[in-house]
Design a protein around this ligand. Structure first.
Ligand code: HEC
Length: 155
């Protein structure tokens, strides 16, 4: 049982014409979840349902640090965790939707990844809700520096 007759990776083997144990998949093979993974990277249309789902998810996963208004004044930073930036700051208003998707997926600096808790569709939903929060008003310093030229056509 401990010693079994089997090939290791990259070993020579007698089964195939090229005498290699490992073979490339035949042309046209698609990994089982590849299509879903590609589809998940595309932003779904922003509907009211999606934004409402995003609000609910934001309140569960993001509010503890980012606060209900996105200001970063959540209860966790109040206890000493690094203070997140204001989600309504100009830099983040101007960032594409994809940026929020990526921050949730990969984490960002001191913020850890939420990829195991927030599935792809919900990441877009949260991104949509962050847009709604941003629409409620720019962060005070952004308003003070420049109110001109805000492009709301984010993709
Ligand atoms: C445990 C606290 C915490 C939670 C929960 C949290 N964040 Fe963060 N977030 C942070 C901190 C801290 C930063 C700043 C990280 C840094 O710059 O090192 C940050 C940064 C960000 C940024 C700014 C990235 C940039 O470009 O500067 C975005 C966007 C963001 N978070 C979105 C989210 C979303 C959406 C959620 C919910 C899914 C979430 N965060 C949950 C703490 C948190």
């Amino acid at each position: 049982m401990v010693q079994q007759p089997r090939y290791d990776e990259y070993e020579r083997g007698a089964l195939f014409p090229d005498h290699m144990a490992m073979q490339l998949p035949p042309d046209g093979v698609v990994a089982r979840d590849a299509l879903e993974r590609v589809a998940a990277t595309r932003r779904p249309p922003m509907t009211l349902d999606l934004v409402e789902r995003g609000k609910q998810r934001f309140e569960i996963f993001c509010v503890p640090c980012h606060g209900h208004d996105g200001s970063g004044d959540g209860i966790v930073p109040a206890r000493g965790f690094p203070h997140p930036p204001d989600l309504r700051a100009r830099r983040l208003v101007e960032a594409p939707d994809r940026h929020f998707y990526q921050v949730i997926t990969q984490g960002y600096g001191a913020m850890y990844s939420y990829s195991d808790r927030v599935p792809p569709h919900d990441r877009w939903a949260i991104a949509g809700y962050v847009r709604a929060l941003q629409g409620t008003g720019l962060a005070p310093e952004a308003v003070a520096t420049d109110m001109q030229g805000v492009d709301h056509a984010h993709r």
